[in-house]
Design a protein around this ligand. Structure first.
Ligand code: ADP
Length: 653
């Protein structure tokens, strides 16, 4: 009988899953792609929403910043009023007046050409000046020759003879120095604290441009070891008066500051209201600041000090960064909106974190920035992140759900498609497989019906008809079992069964065919194997299919063994042959529906690739297993294991 090759349809979970994965991939892509696009659009929408929210808030806060800008302007204009003073006055007096008003930490006074007139710089002697020349000899004796006594004499003569007050004062100071070196302290102190304090020496300066009278007092104090002496007290008082007197603008500011600092050490707690302002003014000079612009607050040489010039540009108020921060804080805090913080940033300073909204400082604060930031983590970004993560989770769940549902659907549809294809193939196979034996039977019957057939031939034809009939019956049996199996309609009738009985029935059916083909079947039963609880007819089909295959796929000298044994709780049926065997790869597939290792051979032997899948189905329905061990060209052994009926007594079979 010629078998029509069937398109192979693999049964079982693995084959099904293999064909399902492209569908699943497509479904996954179909579920993930739109979800990802929707998420992307949502992300963009959230970002836009975040930007719009920021913009709305920034617009609301910009009004607040404008009001801060205006208050800062007012504050500086109010400060400017303290700088509106009569600039024709003496610069030192102007300094003291503005500093004492307290609107600024310090003050710098300029003349009409922009030159600084306070702090007053010391003006040293020009090289080779006449004043120095008159005292040249005395200086040489004092400093180079180291002869204080002779130097004191020369100084004394110059002091008496010179009509120039500066020369005389320098000579007296030199004489006092020499007397101190010679140990005539009282005489020296007398010169320093009285002689040099005469009014004609008020303007006398030393070579570095410092006033001699206060310098003499300082020397007198340092030379008076008695801290409570009258002379010393008097000197300190006079010196304090000198330092605090701004009406006399001749004293260089550096000397005034030095005297003030010395006074603080000699007389702790002495009241020197302008000492800090003097210090700051000196620091201002050291920074070499750029020319002040009227009514503009600008940093001078660093972030610690700022200058603010009067409208005329002649008076420059100085503010420390600390004071600026202290005075502007209430103005900035007044504008504090919701939980935002407003900061005033100096030129070049950057806000960290990035401000929500910023504004320039206005006309009086060029280069300054008003920055409003939200403290802590950016609430907009936080909200956006929260929303995005919610959407992501929702998207993920939606995708998983879609994939899950789609895979269930794909499985269902796949199964339906497979069943339909199976049905079609089955119909085609059945009709084809039935046609060949039926045609043979008809031809034989037609021949028998015609006269002239010898009795011996009649017998032969009838045997052939019987053989074809048997083959047809087995074929139909297999198809029916397979059909029931596929529809999961096969009902088994379980009852106590003796394994030997099953083997006997199966052998009965194949023995004749085997012997006809010159084959030999041996049965081996290993002692007590116990009973089975099984569907006897179904188990007969199992052994029948295995034995049938052993006959079909074995060559001329067929040696087939059916052995029954007990392995633990299982009863084993093993069918071995010395046939063509099969490769390891083929052995893994033989239990799939319609699988045939060699279709040409199968066509000859008359099979349709269902026998072993039926075996597997029946065995598994009994809770057992089937496996094959095979070597090409050597033979195969199919082993079926069925759990024994534990309740039945184990006895010899
Ligand atoms: P078929 O009707 O084609 O025999 P089966 O399902 O019974 O279908 O067997 C599937 C295939 O397994 C066969 O076509 C054959 O190639 C191979 N096969 C089965 N039994 C044996 C055996 N004992 N020796 C070698 N090959 C076998």
């Amino acid at each position: 009988m010629v078998m029509r090759p069937l398109k192979r349809i693999r049964g079982g979970g693995t084959g099904h899953a293999q064909r399902l994965w492209p569908v699943l991939l497509l479904v996954t892509a179909a579920a993930v792609a739109p979800t990802a696009s929707v998420l992307w659009f949502m992300g963009e929408a959230i970002r836009n929403e975040e930007l719009a929210g920021r913009q709305r808030l920034a617009d609301a806060y910009r009004g607040q910043l404008l009001s801060v800008q205006a208050s800062l302007g007012d504050w500086l204009r109010e400060k400017a009023q303290h700088l509106q003073v009569d600039v024709t006055q003496n610069a030192a007096v102007l300094f003291e007046q503005v500093v004492r008003e307290g609107a600024f930490d310090s003050v710098v006074v300029l003349d009409g050409s922009g030159q600084i007139t306070y702090p007053v710089a010391a003006v040293p002697d020009e090289p080779g000046s006449l004043t120095a020349g008159a005292l040249h000899g005395a200086y040489q004796l004092e400093y180079e020759a180291g002869e204080p006594e002779r130097a004191a004499g020369v100084y004394g003569r110059v002091a008496e003879e010179s009509a120039d007050a500066t020369v005389a004062a320098r000579a007296l100071l030199g004489a006092a120095r020499c007397l101190l070196r010679l140990g005539y302290r009282d005489e020296a102190v007398e010169i320093l604290s009285r002689g040099l304090q005469e009014s004609r020496f008020e303007a006398a300066t030393d070579e570095q441009g410092r006033l001699i009278a206060p310098a003499a007092l300082m020397l007198a104090i340092e030379s008076s070891p008695d801290a409570v002496s009258d002379v010393r007290r008097r000197c300190v008082e006079t010196l304090a008066r000198h330092a605090g007197e701004y009406i006399d603008a001749r004293m260089p500011s550096s000397q005034r500051l030095f005297i003030m600092e010395q006074l603080q050490t000699w007389q702790p707690g002495v009241w020197l209201p302008t000492i800090e302002a003097e210090r700051l003014a000196q620091a201002y000079l050291a920074r070499q600041p750029r020319a002040p612009m009227p009514l503009q607050l600008v940093p001078c040489g660093g972030a610690e000090m700022h200058q603010f010039a009067s409208e005329s540009g002649r008076i420059v108020g100085l503010l420390t960064a600390e004071r600026l921060a202290r005075e502007t804080r209430p103005l900035l805090e007044r504008a504090k909106a919701a939980d935002g913080v407003v900061r005033l940033l100096a030129p070049g300073e950057t806000a960290n974190p990035q401000p929500l909204v910023s504004l320039d400082g206005g006309r009086h604060l060029p280069g300054w920035t008003l920055a409003l930031s939200l403290p802590g983590q950016d609430p907009f970004a936080q909200t956006a992140r929260r929303k995005m993560s919610r959407y992501l989770w929702a998207g993920l769940l939606a995708s998983l759900l879609t994939i899950g549902l789609a895979s269930v659907l794909a499985r269902y549809v796949g199964r339906q498609v497979q069943l339909t294809r199976l049905k079609n193939d089955l119909i085609a196979t059945v009709s084809h497989e039935l046609k060949t034996p039926l045609a043979s039977i008809r031809a034989l019957v037609d021949t028998l019906l015609t006269n002239g057939v010898r009795p011996q031939q009649t017998q032969e034809y009838l045997q052939l008809i019987a053989k074809e009939n048997l083959r047809l019956t087995r074929l139909i049996d297999n198809f029916l079992t397979f059909s029931r199996m596929e529809r999961r309609k096969h009902a088994f009738e379980f009852a106590p069964v003796a394994p030997a009985d099953v083997a006997e029935r199966a052998l009965e059916a194949v023995r004749e065919r085997c012997e006809a083909a010159n084959g030999h079947i041996e049965v081996q039963i290993a002692g007590r194997v116990g009973e089975l609880r099984a569907d006897r007819d179904a188990l007969v089909v199992v052994l029948l299919n295995l034995l049938d295959n052993a006959i079909k796929y074995t060559g001329a000298n067929k040696r087939i063994t059916l052995s029954i044994s007990r392995e633990g709780s299982d009863v084993c049926f093993a069918v071995s042959d010395n046939g063509i065997g099969m490769s390891r790869r083929a052995a893994r597939k033989v239990f799939n529906q319609f699988y045939q290792v060699d279709q040409t051979l199968s066509r000859k032997t008359g099979g349709c690739g269902l026998g072993l899948s039926i075996v597997k189905f029946i065995v598994e329905a009994h809770g057992g297993s089937v496996q094959v061990e095979s070597r090409p060209g050597v033979g195969s052994t199919f082993t079926v294991r069925i759990p024994a009926d534990e309740e039945a007594p184990v006895e010899a079979t």
